[in-house]
Design a protein around this ligand. Structure first.
Ligand code: SF4
Length: 563
């Protein structure tokens, strides 16, 4: 059953009031793939009464006042994506389509959605309950950050939104603790995984360079980001604070990560796995077509590609669900009336990280001075794909399942490092889990650009390609690899793009079709490079393409539109 979105739906439940109202920039989809939905189910499961206001009209009181005022707090999320990423292309053109809006037209999500929704609530509810920001937009903009769309350093989103608290990262634990403490009238300032604004700096927290300093001094901005990044680990991260004018943004240390059992429990919650029926007349929510019959096997990523924000948001420690939990979920999907026998994806941010994690990380946290995969796979990681192989074999046996696809990306350096299971894993994929093509994301081929991206060198891709082709051949299949590339990443020149084009045609025998222009996402190392025009790891100056037409030109070089 969906959670209430109207007074009539509240009445049906015999609820006179709501404890929590969640406001989101996406259509209301009840699925474990949607953050707001997960939070709503976690809170409901703990006994809180939760209502949803999805994509409210931000120019009137019609939607935002619909459910009245909550007893405990308002939860505000821009949706599954940062609203600026959702609304604009990498060359800052307006996007016309939105896969998370019914009917697909991009007209229901304001720019800077968290700020707009928070101000909307304040406009109509003067002395209201606390406003709590969460989701990826809030999480990645929680301290001073480079904002590509205004080409400026913006202050913490908490100040712009005039909200009370920001819950960062994957917020199940923090939000539950917050709801309980607010209900019990307790102080919430000590909750892990939250940020708030304070008139005074806290004791024993690390001070980040002030907002006013990082706006004018790129070295201070770089120092700020490094300290921020290093203190994101649930075991070793310390509290931080940053002065903004006369006040302080305080970031408490991260919440402990979920255990495997806790993650299993979340996936066992009572999701409807559908789009709220009120959208029927407006058309389909396209994202639902992919997520409805897909399975998340794990959370987190230790790939640390510098342009990606997943490691910062979900954590660098991979937590995997148990095989039983995943099988239970597939069995639930297999009996749905519209299930046609196909599981469209079994994976996570990187499919083959399932069940593979460093034992040291579980006790000491992620290393601060080295990365798990870059520049080479760390000897402590000891990749072992046997658990994934078993999982895939068992999923294929479930009644009603015709085919299980692995559509999430494969980290080929990780696979290559598993000498024992590399071939057998590839055989499983090629024989049973891809539909003609396997997607891989080398992102580039020029060594200097790959280094700045934190991606494995081209040699690793070629080794993987060789294994793929051999397996294809021996199993009598005619499948192929599809490659994803990025143009105009910091450090990338037109010459580098010509290098990539020639590599693709010479070594991969392909003309790339999947090329996207780099977008500097808030709170990523690549955004830091873009803003400072400096390699943050060596301190050396780098070329950064900032002109939109030249970025497009970089893409066109690889797409063969120009030489
Ligand atoms: S020891 Fe290696 S694998 Fe483990 S956290 Fe450190 S870098 Fe990652």
């Amino acid at each position: 059953m969906f959670l209430p979105t109207t007074p009539a739906e509240l009445k049906k439940l015999n609820w006179d009031k709501l404890d929590v109202i969640l406001v989101t920039g996406d259509a209301y989809i009840d699925s474990p793939f949607i953050g707001v939905s997960v939070i709503s189910r976690v809170l409901t499961n703990a006994g809180f009464r939760v209502g949803i206001i999805a994509q409210p009209d931000w120019q009137s009181d019609t939607d935002i006042c619909r459910l009245g005022e909550p007893e405990l707090f308002w939860g505000i999320s821009g949706g599954c994506m940062d609203s600026m990423v959702a609304n604009y292309t990498a060359t800052k053109k307006k996007r016309h389509e939105d896969d998370l809006t019914a009917g697909g037209r991009n007209n229901r999500r304001p720019d800077r959605a968290c700020v707009v929704y928070a101000n909307l609530i304040r406009q109509y509810f003067k002395e209201t309950k606390p406003l709590i920001l969460g989701g990826v937009e809030a999480s990645l903009r929680r301290i001073a950050h480079y904002d590509f769309w205004s080409d400026s350093i913006r202050r913490s989103i908490l100040f712009d939104a005039r909200a009370d608290v920001l819950v960062y990262g994957m917020a199940e634990k923090a939000i539950l603790e917050l709801a309980r403490k607010l209900r019990d009238g307790q102080d919430i300032k000590d909750i892990g995984g939250i940020c708030y604004i304070s008139p005074t700096p806290p004791h024993d927290y690390i001070e980040l360079p002030a907002y006013e300093k990082v706006v004018t001094d790129k070295k201070s901005f770089s120092r700020m980001f490094n300290t921020f990044y290093q203190n994101n680990d649930p075991l070793t991260g310390q509290g931080l604070f940053q002065q903004h004018g006369p006040r302080y943004l305080v970031q408490n240390q991260p919440q402990p990560q979920l255990t495997n059992e806790e993650l299993d429990n979340i996936y066992a919650l009572d999701f409807v796995r559908g789009v709220h029926p009120s959208y029927l007349a407006q058309g389909k929510v396209k994202a639902m077509e992919t997520i409805k019959f897909s399975i998340t096997t794990h959370r987190g990523c230790y790939g640390e590609c510098n342009f990606c924000s997943i490691g910062l948001h979900e954590g660098r420690t991979v937590i995997s669900r148990s095989e039983k939990s995943i099988i239970d979920e597939v069995q639930k999907l297999a009996v749905l009336p519209d299930f046609k026998g196909y599981i469209l994806d079994v994976g996570g941010s990187t499919a083959n990280m399932y069940g593979i994690e460093c034992l040291k990380k579980h006790t000491n946290g992620a290393c601060k001075d080295q990365r798990c995969l870059y520049p080479r796979v760390c000897s402590s990681l000891k990749p072992d794909h046997s658990r994934q192989i078993n999982l895939l074999k068992n999923l294929r046996k479930i009644n009603g399942v015709k085919k299980v696809f692995v559509a999430s990306g494969i980290r080929y350096d990780l696979l290559e490092a598993d000498k024992k299971h590399c071939t057998s894993y590839m055989q499983e994929l090629v024989k049973h889990h891809i539909s003609g093509q396997l997607k891989v994301a080398p992102e580039h081929a020029a060594p200097g650009v790959l280094k700045l991206m934190g991606k494995p060198q081209a040699r690793s891709l070629l080794n993987f390609r060789q294994i793929f082709e051999k397996t294809n051949h021996s199993s009598g299949q005619k499948q192929f690899l599809t490659y994803y590339f990025i143009a105009a990443h910091p450090g990338c020149t037109e010459e580098n793009m010509r290098e990539l084009k020639s590599f693709a045609s010479r070594e991969l025998k392909t003309n790339p079709r999947q090329v996207q222009i780099f977008t500097p996402l808030p709170s990523t190392y690549s955004a830091l490079m873009y803003f400072t025009e400096t390699d943050p790891f060596s301190g050396k100056k780098i070329f950064v393409e900032k002109k939109m037409d030249r970025k497009q030109r970089q893409k066109d070089i690889v797409m063969e539109k120009i030489n």
